[in-house]
Ligand binder design. Sequence first.
Ligand SMILES: NC(=O)c1ccc[n+]([C@@H]2O[C@H](COP(=O)([O-])OP(=O)(O)OC[C@H]3O[C@@H](n4cnc5c(N)ncnc54)[C@H](OP(=O)(O)O)[C@@H]3O)[C@@H](O)[C@H]2O)c1
Length: 318
Amino acid sequence: MKAQSSPKASEPLTWLELPSRPLRRNQVRLRVATAGVNPVDWKMRGYEFLGIAQRLLGPSGPIVVGIDVAGTVTEVGADVKGFALGDRVVGGTDFSKRERGSYAEEAIVAQENCAKLPDCVPFDTAAGLPVAGSTAWIALYEHGRLRERTSPKVLVLGAAGGVGHLAVQLAARVNAQVFGVCSTRNLAFVESLGATPLDYTKGDVSEAAKALGPFDIVLDCVGSAEYPRSFCQPQLKPDGIHVQIVPRASDLPFIALPGRTFTVLGRASQERLEGLVSAVASGELKVHIAERIPLAEAERAHAVSRGGKVVGKLVLVA
Ligand SMILES: NC(=O)c1ccc[n+]([C@@H]2O[C@H](COP(=O)([O-])OP(=O)(O)OC[C@H]3O[C@@H](n4cnc5c(N)ncnc54)[C@H](OP(=O)(O)O)[C@@H]3O)[C@@H](O)[C@H]2O)c1
């Protein structure tokens, strides 16, 4: 099969021919229709230790990045239940279990990490859900217990990006009052998602947020370099929580100890994906696609994502 990969992680992505791998008993093989782009895809390429881990643990040959995938089932493992040839599905590949990613003609996904797609949910929309949607889902509904709170208020930092724009909608659909921090050019977009927008390029956004809080959840989709704990914690209600998705080493003591700062690893379980797909099917959740880019241009997609200005999601089309 062909994959967008490179012999060395630091070299540009190009088409490489790689051998197909046999399925494990719990896996399905997909013909890739679309692959969502996440910053972790290009961050992985920069980490030399991932190259070493790949050599020691992974399949031989070049690394194939990409977690988000949507496509059609072409083969099912011996123990797979509930998926059949020809099914339309969305899923998340699992690099940590020695797998290859989704920037390829075919991808392998564990049945626990994928869900069926109804015909009303297009492949390009679906490919925006696994990492970004699961991250927002875990932060708000699992750590934040948003659905159990009364008249909740949520502050989303980085509300226009892949995770942020889904988080705003997932909060708004359970009747939270949502406030979204973004730059001037994205104010109307963030408002259209259901949030009151706050412009971080004009004035003191911390003071502006304090005047609107306190919040049940402060979800930081940008990073503690921009929004440190000293920004986030004073915004919280007494039982409020601060969720980080881009922790730095200096945050680790606060994450490790019991407290009000949590970090999230956005894993795409079947249950989360089914919840996300159902929200899309019912019209409560929209994936804003910034650009559909041919899979052959994955290197360009990474350059765009690295720029840090993507509004919604970038999707690669096979
Ligand atoms: N822990 C996890 O499991 C997990 C999961 C997904 C993502 N992440 C990480 O989370 C980060 C965000 O991911 P993403 O997919 O949402 O990225 P993204 O789509 O590339 O985010 C781009 C957005 O960030 C906004 N932004 C940049 N600086 C900002 C600031 N100072 N304040 C407010 N907004 C700002 C930009 O909006 P403006 O143009 O309006 O500034 C832009 O729309 C990445 O570092 C990613 O690696 C972690």
